[in-house]
Design a protein around this ligand. Structure first.
Ligand SMILES: Cc1cc2nc3c(=O)[nH]c(=O)nc-3n(C[C@H](O)[C@H](O)[C@H](O)COP(=O)(O)OP(=O)(O)OC[C@H]3O[C@@H](n4cnc5c(N)ncnc54)[C@H](O)[C@@H]3O)c2cc1C
Length: 415
């Protein structure tokens, strides 16, 4: 039993570990010259941590990451203090809306909520693959780098990935974990035109020691603004601060994650915001920016012995912090169905049926959050944030209850 995986990102490496756990050989074809990731953070919710625990790498992830104490929603812009006279006036502040403790997520949802640097997660996945294949006599995992997959082929006995240099990499099934611009998806369902959301994202990471007293608190904070929002959290045991800011503007249409923008433009987008945000942007060495595109749920992820996972089949806007987590869930479910059914195309179809509704629901929730976080009018803010603020006061666990379908889910519990 051998799976060929196109793409050695988080989805592909995690799937390889899952396949290995269920006794399969794997060959990964990654287009980049080496396995690696961009310098940015990732939030791993309990549903993702349960898979990493089943793969026995949760301890390493926890050691490399940061466990936040809470998830907090607050206004991003500083409001001038009210009250008469200099002495009685409150200092300028940004209004908190709600705070949900994450310290009890282990009991509530079965695993913790973690932040981790993407490169650290990829390094952990890769090291686990290398270690397990070197000690395992049953299965092998190999990684080809500089191997761009252009499509796939199949017959009754097997399937293969086609590489740009004409090589065929053969196995029993081919998995497209080749991300948002998937070549395998293009062959399976044709070209898909993404829709520009009207949003540009900024990202930066900064050592906390450069931020002084304006360093982010040990919580994951979503800062809300008019036509924009930002997210800050800590990585690497609290030594690194991560920033993502999303701004409604249509003068940047580049989807690449590696294009740099300027510090001045980033600061202009968040002028007058809380010092946590402005200090972070001032101190960052690089400010990357990219345009956010949306893609509708895909009705087909399987073609015989070829199958898609992760961003290749359900790319989602970042407003639920679930893209990688859903790719991680995919890998486990896929490997598990393949371990249970000898008829591989039937196993792939069963995987699609098991995953399509859940991932479409997360995609839709992320789209809804895009509107929620950017309220412009006073009436919109009151109608949207007012009930959240009230719920925080009278029913503080409501936000957790609303997330139970997502965070409480455990794909390792059975199918
Ligand atoms: C601002 C932002 C914040 C986010 N925050 C979170 C978060 O907090 N939590 C979360 O869970 N998710 C988050 N996400 C989403 C997450 O980053 C993605 O969903 C995740 O990276 C998808 O993993 P993947 O392996 O499917 O695709 P990718 O990470 O894109 O990996 C695809 C891999 O395939 C390779 N590849 C591409 N084409 C080919 C080819 N033709 N041949 C061979 N190899 C190929 C690529 O080089 C890459 O290594 C965020 C996304 C954004 C934009």
């Amino acid at each position: 039993m051998k799976a060929v995986i196109a793409g050695g990102g988080i989805g592909g490496l995690n799937a390889a570990l899952c396949f290995h756990a269920f006794g399969w050989d794997v060959e990964i074809c990654e287009q980049a010259a080496e396995i690696g990731e961009i310098g940015a953070g990732l939030q791993i919710s309990p549903n993702g941590m349960k898979v990493l625990r089943a793969l026995d790498i949760d301890k390493q992830v926890e050691a490399a990451g940061f466990r936040p104490r809470a998830i907090q929603l607050r206004m991003g812009k500083m409001e001038s203090g009210q009250g008469r006279g200099r002495l009685l006036r409150k200092p300028p502040s940004s209004q908190p809306i709600f705070t949900v403790s994450t310290t009890d997520y282990e009991e509530k949802f079965g695993a913790p909520y973690l932040h981790i640097h993407r490169a650290d997660l990829v390094a952990i996945l890769k090291a686990a693959l290398e270690e397990r294949t070197s000690v395992s006599i049953r299965t092998g995992v190999s990684i080809r780098t500089g191997a761009t997959v252009t499509g796939y082929g199949q017959n009754e006995d097997g399937a293969w990935a086609l590489l740009a240099d004409g090589t065929r990499v053969a196995g029993d099934i081919v998995v497209g974990a080749d991300g948002i611009r998937s070549a395998m998806r293009a062959q399976m369902v044709g070209a898909q035109e993404p829709v520009f959301t009207g949003n540009t994202a900024w990202r930066a990471v900064v050592p906390v020691e450069k931020l002084g007293r304006n360093a982010p608190l040990p919580v994951s904070t979503i800062w809300l603004g008019e036509g924009k929002h930002a997210v800050t959290y800590l990585l690497r045991g609290g030594k690194l601060a991560n920033f993502v800011g999303v701004v409604e503007r249509d003068d940047w249409h580049n989807e690449s994650w590696t294009e740099e923008g300027s510090r001045d433009d980033a600061l202009a987008d968040f002028a007058g915001w809380h010092p946590t945000i402005t200090t972070l942007l001032e101190q960052a060495d690089a400010h990357y920016r990219w345009a956010l595109f949306d893609r509708p749920p895909l009705g087909k992820w399987v073609d015989g012995r070829a199958v898609l996972l992760g961003d290749a089949c359900h790319p989602m806007l970042p407003f639920m912090a679930q893209g990688a987590v859903q790719a991680i869930e995919d890998g486990y479910v896929l490997a598990r169905y393949l371990a249970e059914k000898d008829d591989y195309p039937a196993a792939l179809s069963a995987y699609f049926t098991a995953r399509v509704e859940r991932t479409a629901r997360v995609q839709a929730a992320a789209r809804t959050n895009m509107g929620l976080f950017h309220q412009r009018s006073g009436a919109g803010k009151l109608a949207t944030y007012g009930p959240m603020w009230l719920a925080d006061k009278i029913k503080p666990d409501l936000a957790n209850q609303r997330l139970a379908w997502l965070y409480g889910h455990d794909v390792t519990a059975g199918i």
